[in-house]
Design a binder for this molecule. Structure first.
Ligand code: 4NP
Length: 170
């Protein structure tokens, strides 16, 4: 049977515009990093006009803040400048975006809770499902209470997942 992800990819492949929203808890570590990584891949391939990329958090903790300094430093070392301002995800995001990408199961459950319809729920495809590399992780792990290694793991997983997302939608 066709998976939710395969169905969504089939719908979006070849479309003029693809709108992606990455979602995590705080919107200061994982989802703004995902936004920066995909934006960079899209830009390097000259496809800025086709992709609209944003990120949001399920919580209200950091609204208006720049990404966490540790995430910014690790991302910058790989060439990504993260300048997103934190915002909270809203039910209308399901109207504005084609794909909504939670980083872990808790983010996914929170998104399902605010999805305004079954069709809207069909837009949710977890980030780990885009990752093809062999990994022991079943989600993009929250790096907030971790050391440097946690931030590097997040970036490794996001680089793989975003490259696959970009390629599968072409
Ligand atoms: P994020 O990481 O969800 O990847 O942005 C976190 C950021 C902040 C908190 C937790 C996770 N916090 O508890 O404030």
């Amino acid at each position: 049977m066709e998976s939710k992800k395969e169905k969504l990819v089939a719908q979006l492949r070849g479309k003029d515009k693809i709108k992606v929203l990455f979602v995590c808890l705080g919107n200061i570590c994982r989802s703004p990093a995902a936004e920066g990584v995909l934006r960079s891949i899209v830009h390097e391939n000259g496809m800025d006009a086709r992709w609209e990329i944003d990120s949001a958090g399920t919580s209200r903790y950091h609204i208006g803040d720049l990404p966490d300094n540790r995430m910014r430093v690790h991302a910058r070392r790989r060439g990504y400048e993260l300048n997103h301002r934190c915002r909270q995800v809203q039910p209308y995001d399901f109207d504005d975006f084609d794909i909504i990408v939670p980083m872990d199961a808790s983010n996914e459950a929170n998104l399902k809770r605010i999805a305004p319809s079954l069709e809207a729920e069909g837009k949710i495809v977890p980030m780990i499902e885009w990752v093809n590399a062999a990994t022991r992780h079943d989600c993009i792990p929250d790096p907030y209470y971790d050391g440097a290694e946690g931030f590097e793991t997040v970036l490794d997983l996001l680089e793989d997942g975003c490259a696959n997302m970009f390629n599968e939608m072409n």
